[in-house]
Ligand binder design. Structure first.
Ligand code: FAD
Ligand code: NAI
Length: 476
């Protein structure tokens, strides 16, 4: 007889594995289907995020930033270093070690929470008397299980461009770009989005001459315009060549590398020849051979599984979360949806405020925001006030040689409720958490302005920006 579970989760990325853990904490019997294989051919939990996304990219960002600091900025502190070299094989091995530690950690969490890992490809098959039938096809064995509730958390995969075959050696998506075994002398990047900027920065710091080609006429369109402008300026100063408004017509690959033919923003024909190319033009939801049609489910015109605010599909007891549904493709968004769905199944009444999901781009300096941008508030016709404060006027930032960037707080003109916070600066990924808490609690900018912040610390910049909403910053 088929094994029966209260909940079967398909996919063990940050959405799926967190949903499985929360459902198990709430007393349900849980299985999670996962088929990911690492480069050694071993099955691994953790999905895109742990294997080829957030975690390995941040490891490479940290290594390359250390290299750049030691090579170029140590002298500012009076430290002399010479002959600074980077061993790319060691850098990659360090990253791989972190990935293994993290993915094995999830195996431990599964054991701790008595979650059954069903190893293989999961497919929705039919409804039956006890719920839904799911077939799991593994390398050695296949089985059918029954689920009272299903959580689809199958994530996303890199979007590729027609006529630009990805071999993950010369032309790479995120997977190959995390694994270049040598530093490409010249590196091309298609797409100045999050991956393009983060991985473009990694390889630039270790010695590549990086050119980023972006189709949109503006750069970082989702960010507040002032932040995007500042980021463009700082990244260009670091040596990242970003060309916006391009139209790539042809990409050819031969033994010498890759040639890109494109028109620039003025409509002039251009050619870029590079040793390697990263294609980072967005990601698409993953529903390959999932059997959605067997249950009468369909995807929308962009390939996402339609869900409501609580991630319910149109079928009873079938939910979908994370990158495979609407909303930002972010690990913490997937995780929060996983927790929410497990709690909905348990009869609780959880809720996610999607306006309070922060974004972080891990360039140097980091970029982070939550809530509305100035351009969104203008488009909505909402009256707001803005307070801004530069890291340049903060003693801790100067001491840390991190004076680039600023914090901007946007608050409702009448009620002073915080509507958005935008940061470009060192540790923006951590600083933004204060703004998220404030917005979740519907705080006013005055609240942040009145709260004692440690001195000297980067967090004082947040307070000063909040005070700036009423034009009463103290240190400027
Ligand atoms: P995924 O992590 O994609 O996991 C889905 C899992 O489902 C996979 O393991 C897959 O093998 C499995 N699966 C799919 N179909 C089946 C099936 N039929 N049967 C069995 N298993 C199946 N986000 C951030 O918030 N911060 C970052 O810093 C960040 N950095 C990133 C860097 C890179 C290079 C990339 C590519 C992404 C990054 N992201 C980041 C995005 C983040 O990785 C995703 O938003 C997140 O992984 C989505 O989680 P998920 O659980 O929905 O899906
Ligand atoms: P993206 O959506 O961030 O950026 C893609 C860029 O490519 C856009 O600017 C787009 O205009 C451009 N583009 C599309 N087609 C093009 C073409 N033909 N020619 C030139 N430019 C073109 O996608 P990206 O960078 O691939 O990342 C995918 C997702 O992964 C992100 O949206 C994000 O959700 C997630 N991610 C998150 C990170 C984080 O939170 N720090 C880090 C990396 C990825």
């Amino acid at each position: 007889m088929a094994k029966e579970f209260d909940v079967v989760v398909i996919g063990a990325g940050p959405g799926g594995y967190i949903a499985a853990i929360r459902a198990a904490q709430l007393g349900m019997s849980v299985a999670c289907v996962e088929k990911w294989k690492n480069p050694k051919g071993e099955l691994a939990l953790g999905g895109t995020c742990l294997n080829v996304g957030c975690i390995p990219s941040k490891a490479l960002l940290a290594s390359s930033e250390e290299f750049e600091k030691i090579g170029h900025h140590a002298k500012d502190h009076g430290i002399s270093v010479s002959d600074v070299k980077i061993d790319i094989a060691k850098m990659l091995a360090r990253k791989d070690g972190i990935v293994t530690k993290m993915t094995k950690g999830i195996e431990f969490l599964f054991r701790k929470n008595k979650i059954t890992w069903l190893k293989g490809h999961g497919k929705l098959v039919a409804t039956n008397d006890s719920g839904y039938q799911i077939d799991v096809t593994g390398d050695d064995a296949s089985e059918s299980v029954t689920a009272k509730h299903i959580i689809i958390a199958t994530g996303s995969k890199a979007r590729h461009l027609p006529g630009v075959p990805v071999d993950n050696k010369i032309v790479a998506d995120n997977e190959g770009a995390l694994n270049f075994d040598t530093v490409p002398k010249k590196l091309g990047v298609i797409g100045a989005g999050v991956i393009g900027l983060e991985l473009g920065s990694v390889w630039r710091r270790v010695g590549s001459e990086v050119t980023v080609l972006e189709a949109m006429p503006t750069f970082l369109g989702a960010a507040d315009e002032s932040i995007a402008k500042e980021a463009g300026k700082l990244l260009a100063k670091q040596g990242l060549n970003i060309h916006v408004g391009v139209n790539i017509s042809k990409v050819t690959t031969d033994k010498n590398g890759v040639t890109l033919a494109y028109t620039d923003k003025d409509g002039k024909d251009q050619t870029l020849v590079v040793d390697r190319l990263i294609v980072s033009v967005g990601r698409v939801p993953n529903t390959d051979d999932l059997g959605l049609g067997n249950l009468g489910l369909a995807v929308d015109e962009r390939g996402f599984i339609p869900v409501d605010d609580h991630c319910r599909t149109k079928l009873p007891n079938v939910y979908a979360i994370g990158d495979v549904v609407r909303g930002p493709m972010l690990a913490h968004k997937a995780e929060d949806e996983g927790v929410m769905v497990a709690e909905v199944i348990a009869g609780q009444k959880p809720h996610i405020d999607y306006n309070c999901i922060p974004w972080v781009i891990y360039t140097a300096p980091e970029i982070a925001w939550v809530g509305k941008t100035e351009q969104q508030l203008k488009a909505e016709g909402r009256a707001y006030k803005a307070g801004q404060f530069p890291f340049m006027a903060n003693g801790r930032a100067l001491g840390m040689a991190a004076s680039d960037g600023f914090v901007k707080v946007l608050a409702d003109a009448a009620t002073d409720e915080i509507l958005g916070v935008h940061i470009i600066g060192l540790n923006a990924s951590d600083l933004i958490a204060e703004a998220v808490v404030a917005m979740e609690f519907k705080a006013a900018s005055e609240d942040i302005g009145r709260i004692c912040h440690p001195h000297p610390s980067l967090s004082e910049v947040m307070r000063e920006a909040a005070l700036g909403v009423e034009k009463r910053s103290l240190n400027m």
